[in-house]
Design a protein around this ligand. Structure first.
Ligand SMILES: *Cc1c(COP(=O)(O)O)cnc(C)c1O
Ligand code: SF4
Length: 343
């Protein structure tokens, strides 16, 4: 029975053999929320000190070092939030964060200063205000539920929320960003699949997945259920040192995703969240990894490598690029240069 419980305290982690001493991580657990679901614990090899799953969830004393460039709100959500729980940075789409709770807490989370706060769940009146904001703005064509993890909402409540959003005439598209299909796959029930696949307007789901081992048999069954219910599936991956920063791991991950009917969407350069510098490769390293994928992997398995500009200026692809306009040359996937003049 106790094996099926979410681990939340340093003592839980110690008892599970995931840390060597509770004292060392106690201050980390006080600063940032901790949670590992049974599904995630099962993926960890406790004998491997560099286990890529453990690294994503088990708190480490390295998190206490906040680098000078790191920010509590690294992508400037607050600056672009006209009403509580809504972020409006681009004319045609808004983010809605109905809750800031997740089944697991990732050590590199870009909203780590805010997630884990059950009290931040939007009240009905706050949801009403956010939806009124959308209803008044015909330029908004897409509403993106993020968090926290929107799939923590009971399917009936989620269905009711999606239904209200879909009823706004100018909203064409709904999107959900979630880690639940890999962090707590048991929540991907037939009822949830019916709710996502059965809306009047399309609901796209972007699944946060960082390592091929996260696509367990249970996770795969959930993805299949969603795909069969008619939910278009995308992925987002955070590029993380010691987790997925090799061409081999990224290749395996992207191949596994397309096998499970998930179209790789974004590879995120990690945001400047506090206490996460041990996870951040350089952009040059990220670009080299993307170059390694190009030529090795099918076009449909290629994610776009993006950086969210600190402060809220938005996401931009950060290459690599293959064109040298000044020289009138283009590089092939192997790096060889070819003459090419496009007028
Ligand atoms: C990331 C983000 C989006 C979604 O961007 P896409 O490039 O469409 O995936 C929308 N609004 C905000 C504020 C974001 O941070
Ligand atoms: S699941 Fe997403 S929002 Fe939740 S802790 Fe992980 S990265 Fe942050």
């Amino acid at each position: 029975m106790s094996r099926r419980r979410t681990l939340r305290t340093p003592k839980d982690l110690l008892d599970a053999g995931l840390i060597a001493s509770a004292g060392a991580v106690a201050p980390v657990a006080r600063a940032y929320a901790v949670a590992l679901t049974p599904a995630v614990v099962e993926l960890i090899d406790p004998a491997d000190p560099a286990d890529p799953i453990a690294r994503q969830y088990v708190p480490s004393a390295e998190e206490l070092a906040t680098a000078p460039e790191e920010l509590a709100d690294p992508i400037g959500d607050a600056a672009y939030s006209p009403v509580k729980g809504l972020v409006h940075r681009y004319p045609d789409r808004v983010l809605l964060t109905p809750l800031l709770v997740c089944p697991v807490y990732c050590r590199f989370c870009f909203r780590r200063a805010r997630v884990g706060d059950g009290a931040a769940t939007m009240a009905e009146a706050e949801i009403d205000a956010a939806l009124a904001y959308v209803a008044e703005r015909p330029s908004v064509r897409e509403v993106i539920l993020t968090g926290g993890d929107p799939l923590m909402l009971p399917p009936k409540r989620l269905g009711a929320l999606l239904g209200r959003i879909a009823a706004i005439p100018h909203v064409e598209l709904l999107r959900i960003h979630s880690r639940v299909p890999v962090s707590d796959p048991e929540r991907v029930t037939p009822a949830l699949a019916r709710v996502l696949g059965g809306q009047e307007k399309p609901v796209w789901l972007a699944v946060h997945v960082n390592h091929p081992r996260e696509l367990s048999a249970l996770a795969a069954a959930g993805l299949e259920r969603l795909a069969r219910a008619g939910v278009p599936l995308l992925s987002q991956t955070v590029l993380l040192k010691g987790v997925n920063d090799t061409p081999e791991v990224l290749e395996d991950l992207m191949r596994a995703l397309v096998r499970h009917r998930v179209r790789p969407y974004y590879l995120h350069h990690p945001d400047l969240a506090p206490g996460t510098s041990h996870f951040r490769p350089s952009v040059a390293e990220g670009r080299a990894l993307m170059r390694a994928l190009r030529g090795r992997l099918s076009g449909i398995a290629q994610p776009t490598y993006v950086l969210d500009i600190p402060g809220g200026a938005g996401k931009v692809p950060v290459g690599p690029d293959y064109v040298d306009e000044a020289a009138g040359e283009v590089r092939d996937p192997a790096g060889r240069r070819h003459r090419y003049r496009a007028q």
